[in-house]
Write a protein that binds this ligand. Structure first.
Ligand code: C2O
Ligand code: CU
Length: 461
């Protein structure tokens, strides 16, 4: 019994399709982690910052042997990290140099619909578009990716994704690691499959249950390592996979501290020894390397696969203590909150739906008045053998009130824009739509999204 249980432990009932195909890179040679460069502004004046972001094709050495045809932003694969400050006016000259339409969506950003980069704001092949917005939300690890109907999943799969990091007064004074690429690392985790010519043939592996690869890439690197010099190392984890979920752990089962959820800092660091992220979700964690000896290798893993090896060169530098409090986060309680909207997520074979409907560009599914507070009850209607659905809403950050009417765990108390829903469970969230326009809500399993698991809400002034 124990042997069987042990062997099966990476596969949990109720999420078979998302984790059942095993994935490992442990035998690959260790390579230094690729760190996406920080995007330099073209210019700045007063409170305006101007950038250029170009979607393009390229060739990338992802696995040994032949290079792979890929997509990227300002380079062949993935995109640069865009760092913005709360209060800045951001102007991004987006350019589409692909042979197909794309869009530039800022996942987790609180913006009006004209800058959101959803399916209604596509940029045709060869065209440019200026996107302007004011950053008006707390410090957070956000990300960007395309969102054109019918090509979101394949374009992300081919490499279109990048980090959008927001800083504010609070994040700049908190005693946390924040030397980008030294003790503060963006970590995007993606699974891919390569054909015998080392190409990513999305069409050949697409499945409506979600596309799973057999090769793990971390910032585009197989089996990566970093060399660390500080006591504390901050990892900004992003599940950028199309459909796979990951549960991250340290290989010696030590605990670490979660300091943020999708949309910003938790009130206090939460000590835990594992964290699960569904596609689209982010979490920042801080690992304390202080109690390891110099020369040791500390591994972050998901199931049996290496995610990141931290080679401890030195562990005395940097902060010596973590802040007790990270931000002023208002406490929300589940009591007295009346449900204003029911959302039913289901998949029956190849049919996925939200409230029994499939996405239509020409239909507005929901309407709300700007600045009203809503409570949504999101129910994953599948039975226990069904699939997870990471439910994401554009243009907002929300708070989780309860799971199956129970209080949610403290590491989920922060701002969220994507909530992983497990089969048979229901989640109540508290949302205030502060921006006007038409916004998407959808499953962030990108193949489910493409199969119609998406709706539109109009926020009216
Ligand atoms: Cu990350 Cu609607 O998307
Ligand atoms: Cu789904």
């Amino acid at each position: 019994f124990w042997l069987i249980k042990f062997k099966q432990s990476p596969v949990k009932a109720g999420m078979m399709p998302n984790t059942s195909s095993q994935i490992t890179n442990n035998k690959e040679k260790q390579r230094i982690l690729n760190i996406p460069p920080v995007l330099k502004p073209d210019s700045t004046d007063a409170n305006n910052v101007y950038y250029t972001l170009r979607a393009q094709t390229g060739m990338t050495q992802l696995v040994s042997g032949e290079k792979t045809k890929t997509y990227g932003y300002n380079g062949p694969f993935l995109g640069p990290t865009i760092r913005v400050e709360r209060g800045q006016n951001i102007h991004i000259h987006t350019q589409n140099r692909l042979k197909q339409a794309t869009s530039f969506h800022w996942h987790g950003a609180i913006l009006d619909d004209s800058s959101d980069g959803g399916p209604h704001q596509t940029v045709a092949a060869g065209q440019n578009k200026l996107i302007s917005f004011k950053v008006n939300q707390p410090a957070a690890t956000l990300w960007y990716h395309p969102h054109a109907v019918g090509s979101t999943a394949s374009q992300v799969y081919n490499g279109l994704a990048g980090f959008l990091l927001v800083d504010d007064q609070n994040s700049r004074q908190l005693k946390l690691p924040r030397n980008y690429g030294k003790d503060d690392f963006p970590i995007v985790v993606q699974d891919r499959s390569f054909d015998k010519n080392n190409q990513l043939d999305y069409k050949k592996i697409v499945s409506s249950n979600g596309t799973l690869g057999n090769t793990l890439l971390i910032n585009g690197t197989q089996n990566p390592y970093i060399e660390t010099t500080t006591k504390y190392v901050r990892l900004r984890l992003l599940n950028g996979s199309n459909a796979r979920e990951y549960t991250f752990k340290l290989d010696d089962r030590s605990s670490f501290y979660q300091i943020s959820t999708d949309g910003g800092f938790l009130k206090k660091p939460v000590q835990e020894n594992k964290i699960t992220l569904a596609p689209g979700e982010r979490a920042e964690i801080v690992v304390d390397l202080g109690h390891y000896s110099q020369g040791s290798q500390v591994k972050l893993k998901s199931a049996d696969s290496n995610i990141l090896t931290m080679k401890v060169k030195n562990n005395h530098d940097g902060e010596t203590k973590l802040p007790r409090q990270l931000t002023n986060l208002q406490t929300v309680t589940k009591s007295g909150q009346k449900v204003t909207q029911n959302i039913a997520l289901s998949d029956m074979g190849h049919m996925v739906s939200i409230n029994n409907r499939q996405f239509s560009m020409n239909r507005i599914d929901l309407k709300v008045k700007q600045n009203t507070t809503q409570v949504w009850k999101i129910r994953n209607k599948n039975n226990m053998m069904g699939e997870i659905h990471p439910f994401h809403i554009h243009g907002v950050q929300f708070r989780l009130l309860s799971i199956n009417n129970n209080a949610s765990p403290s590491n989920m108390h922060g701002w969220k824009d994507t909530i992983m829903t497990r089969p048979g469970n229901q989640y109540k969230i508290l949302i205030k739509f502060t921006q006007t326009g038409v916004f998407m809500y959808h499953c962030h399993n990108l193949e489910h999204e493409e199969a119609g698991m998406m709706g539109q809400i109009r926020v009216v002034p």
